[in-house]
Design a protein around this ligand. Sequence first.
Ligand SMILES: Cc1ncc(COP(=O)(O)O)c(C=O)c1O
Length: 403
Amino acid sequence: MNKNLLISNRGSVIPASPIRKLIPCADEAKSRGIEVYHLNIGQPDIQTPSYFWRAIQGYGEKVLAYGPSNGLLALRKAIATYYNSFGAKNITAANVSITTGGSEAILFVYIILADKGDEFLIPDPCYANYISLAAIAEVKLVPILTKVEGGFHLPEEEEIEKLITPKTKGIIICTPNNPTGTIYSKDEMMRVARIAEKHNIYLISDEVYREFLFDGRKHTSVFNLPGADEYKIVIDSVSKRFSACGARIGCVVSTNEDVLKGVMRCSMSRLCPPTIEQVGMVELYGRMDDIIPEMMKEYELRRNVVYEEIQKIPGAFATLPEGAFYMTCRLPVEDAEKFTQWMLTDFSVDGKTTMIAPGEGFYVTPGRGRNEARIAYVLKEKELRDAMRILREGIKKYQEENK
Ligand SMILES: Cc1ncc(COP(=O)(O)O)c(C=O)c1O
């Protein structure tokens, strides 16, 4: 290869998504006529609410023009009203900056807050794109150790504080959590807030699953915590809340003028987020009471199913997920990636197989999570039970073959 055509070091170290990397194997299985149950990806099967479709069908403009870089005012106002409704009293439209998905919000926040080599603490495991986007932004993630046995809850304050260095720019927290389903308690949120305030670093709170709460649990947003708001940044998205992953609408919410100006400069460089989808979202933010409770009832039922089924697998272990729609479990296999691949290439029951997301790719710490997997319960009860049964039978056969 001509040396000039080599891609950059940065380009070569961006890790592939653990959720998507085995998709070629799934496609190959499908080409053989196998039906694949996708428990690997957080793509809900729930219909995007009809209000959205109606709103975009009524879009009356003749030109699909660029919109404002920080998003349509109507949507920023609707989101601010929604934030006020859960107690974020200081938030107005001026504090909301619309991004092309929560993913872009994460990237912008990294770029604005950190220079190359600067650090962010993050509970490990974490949403895998925090890792890949950190590689793109050339920032370093420092893992806060959490374990399946403890339901992935946070360690004590001193344990977290020990990880702070002069390069630490912030703590990233995601509640309810992807990939673990953990909801951090008010006490845990206060813990990280105290550390952030004490050390003058940012507290970045990913709250894209804010409504996904089970067993009557309450959500604690960083904006519900006492103390100054200027070090708090929220990353948000419509993808899961409105079952609208393809809309590509997210936002950064902050009261910090410098952060907002930085986000605006990044936003200008990519011109604007999708226009029509923003129009549809204005409608959905005004209809949350109609949309959310029913959706959450369905997810809680699925959560119960997946937890019940995982317990039928000898040697598997998980705690009851508290929120979001994921469970990270330990499986009785040495290498969950090899097992996942084998499920797609070598195993099926009645022409069907199940795809899960191997755990290792969700960890910042090398080598952790090899015998873990994330299961996204994004199918209806009947399919979910069938998918979990196939997983159980697959594990049994795999163990027999690998004795
Ligand atoms: C925790 C978390 N943050 C952010 C995102 C990104 O969402 P979006 O689809 O808005 O880019 C996801 C998507 O799965 C997520 O799980």
